[in-house]
Design a protein around this ligand. Structure first.
Ligand SMILES: [Zn+2]
Length: 84
């Protein structure tokens, strides 16, 4: 989904009283860590309160899944996630 689609879906979820818990996306060629663009989108769109899950497909046979909390000021903290 592009940015406008994500915004629409998240706004609809909040309106329905079922606020989102997490947003996720994949990085096809880079590591599983929020990019500068990801942080900017989270801060600018007020997605800072959600868990951000990033999946790296850089190693095709071993996808890497990591979770982060991005603060309203743009700080990125990794969170423990059990993918077993
Ligand atoms: Zn990203």
């Amino acid at each position: 989904m592009d940015e406008s689609e994500v915004k629409a879906v998240l706004e609809e979820a909040v309106k329905s009283g079922q606020g989102p818990i997490a947003v996720y996306h994949s990085h096809t060629y880079t590591q599983a860590y929020p990019s500068a663009t990801d942080v900017k989108l989270a801060v600018n769109n007020k997605w800072a309160g959600y868990h951000h899950i990033v999946i790296s497909l850089a190693e095709k046979t071993r996808p890497v899944v990591r979770a982060f909390m991005i603060s309203g000021s743009g700080n990125v903290d990794e969170e423990f996630i059990d993918t077993d």
